[in-house]
Design a protein. Sequence first.
Length: 284
Amino acid sequence: MPFQRSFSDLIFKRYSCRHYDPGQTSAEAFTRLDNYIHTLPPGPFNVPGRFRLVLAGGVDRHGLRGLGTYGAIKDSPGFIIGVTSSSNKDLEDFGYRMELVVLKATDLDMGTCWLGGSFTRSTFSKKADLTKDESLPAVCSVGFPAAMKTTDEIERARKRLGWETLFFMNDFASTLSSEEAGVFADPLELVRLAPSARNCQPWRILKAGDVWHFYLQRTKPYHEFVVPLITGIADLQRVDMGIAMSHFEMSARSTGLSGAWVVNDPGISLANALMEYCVSWVPG
């Protein structure tokens, strides 16, 4: 594992940090984060992509203001910019890998905040040297929080759906209990705590035999599947699925549970018209 802390500790510690301390810097922390980015492993679908850490230069604390985040972020000394090639499962791979970078920043006591729709794409694209065959689905602010939240404060602020909404056994009419999940109860709980755009938590996981099937539950008012054609904003609910996959796999592996991702639709009846199969985790 590339982290100093346990994976579960990082999940509980991470929160969306929007206000940073411009006077608190650590060249060592940013160097270590940059080194991690340059050694980031490929995602589960091996889609080509790249990530870049962009920092304000020298003593210029406001060197990144021109990038534009519509007032969502204050005094961030840096941004993690992610780029992906257009391919099948590109956004899932992107979300999986970007979340690993976010958790590495958390491991270094830095704060981060995912930005999917609240940043100026044209200016960030220039920083990333975006080509015509690439897209920039999201960026993350990064720096040291102006006021570090305690674990209790983070937990009180979290709004997450319960197990009965997210996890199922054999079909979507039968919910899955933590007892039925067995050794996978912790990975599922860390998926439940994963961040998502507008906190919609669009993943649904169904256990059939020993296999865990991941489904994307579209949020009806969100309509991310048509927004890209109009605004250029990425299908963020697919990015969210990649984040969930990252939490599940890294948590499983941290406790010695091995497995692999495969795309093999089991043909289970879907719960509604806004649900679609994505990927499966096969233990072993």
